[in-house]
Design a protein around this ligand. Structure first.
Ligand code: E4P
Length: 287
């Protein structure tokens, strides 16, 4: 059962409905799920098919994704399910928006994931005008977070998530948790319409520190949520200290949130690299 001191919503990061069922049983609750093309490529049914040499057509893989998302949605009808558009570094906003509309129609509780790139932000600003809920993914900087805030101004609370990826920053020696702390601090100066969804969570320390920082949402992989459940769902108190283990600190930037989204420096090599990897994993299923 949800600990009463837990304010953060807990999502599962995965593409296998079997894991969703298991986590609901272990925790006694689940507030939502995030999916992405890599996670769908790891779905056991998809893997089995690929191992048998039976690749999907484009229509088949979309239909497979829709079925997975519908199954998960039926298990968490009150929660949110993030569904990610196909976006490689050459994808245009119009095409992302078209996919976003289609995916949003799959289930009643979708948030559509767009990359935090120029084209992704253009698509997202139009999507929120069209009343779609969005989850801006592959965020690696405070400037990108400010641009998401600006591009989605006017959306209501609950309709916009921002997913900063901490593990991938840690992977290259930077303290990803600093980014979460800084974005939460920066957003306190705003109107609260963007919720921080801590993503790319790799270990229990990431998870516990994100709880302590007051992240609105955390998405974590199956093994980590299972471990948290096994430990009795601990929620850290004021005495909790995060050990960055020598990772390079990311400095806080004073950023004005009132600019147009196009006026922020949103370029980040990990965003491009991430789009490349997601699209490769998706394309590996198609033949
Ligand atoms: C969730 O929304 C993200 O896609 C996911 O957490 C990425 O995690 P990774 O960096 O471990 O691939």
């Amino acid at each position: 059962m949800r600990p009463k001191e837990l304010k953060t919503r807990i999502f599962l990061d995965g593409g296998d409905p079997g894991e969703t069922r298991s986590i609901i049983d272990i925790l006694g609750f689940l507030d939502g799920q995030t999916t992405n093309p890599t996670l769908i490529s790891k779905n056991p049914e998809a893997r089995k098919r690929i191992e048998q040499g039976k690749k999907f057509s484009e229509a088949e893989i979309l239909s497979f994704y829709k079925d997975v998302v519908r199954t998960i949605s039926s298990m968490i009808p009150e929660g949110s399910i993030s569904v990610e558009v196909y976006a490689d570094p050459a994808s245009r906003a119009e095409e992302m928006l078209r996919q976003g509309h289609e995916m949003f129609s799959w289930i009643p509780n979708a948030h559509i994931k767009f990359p935090t790139s120029g084209e992704g932000l253009k698509a997202a600003s139009r999507a929120v005008e069209d009343k779609l809920r969005v989850n801006m993914t592959l965020c690696f900087s405070q400037e990108q977070a400010a641009a998401v805030y600006a591009a989605t101004r006017g959306a209501k609370v609950g309709d916009v998530f921002l997913s900063p990826f901490i593990g991938r920053l840690d992977d290259r020696g930077e303290n990803g948790m600093d980014l979460i702390a800084h974005i939460i601090t920066m957003y306190k100066k705003g109107d609260g319409h963007v919720e921080v969804l801590t993503a790319s969570v790799r270990n229990m320390d990431h998870f516990l520190y994100a709880l302590k920082l007051g992240s609105d949402i955390i998405t974590a992989p199956y093994a980590l949520l299972k471990e948290w459940g096994g430990r009795g769902l601990p929620v850290p108190d004021a005495s909790y200290r995060y050990d960055a283990k020598g990772l390079k600190p990311i400095p806080y930037k004073e950023i004005d949130l009132s600019k147009n989204w196009q006026d922020y420096d949103i370029a980040h090599e990990l965003t491009l690299k991430g789009m490349g990897r997601f699209s490769e994993d998706w394309n590996s299923l198609i033949g």
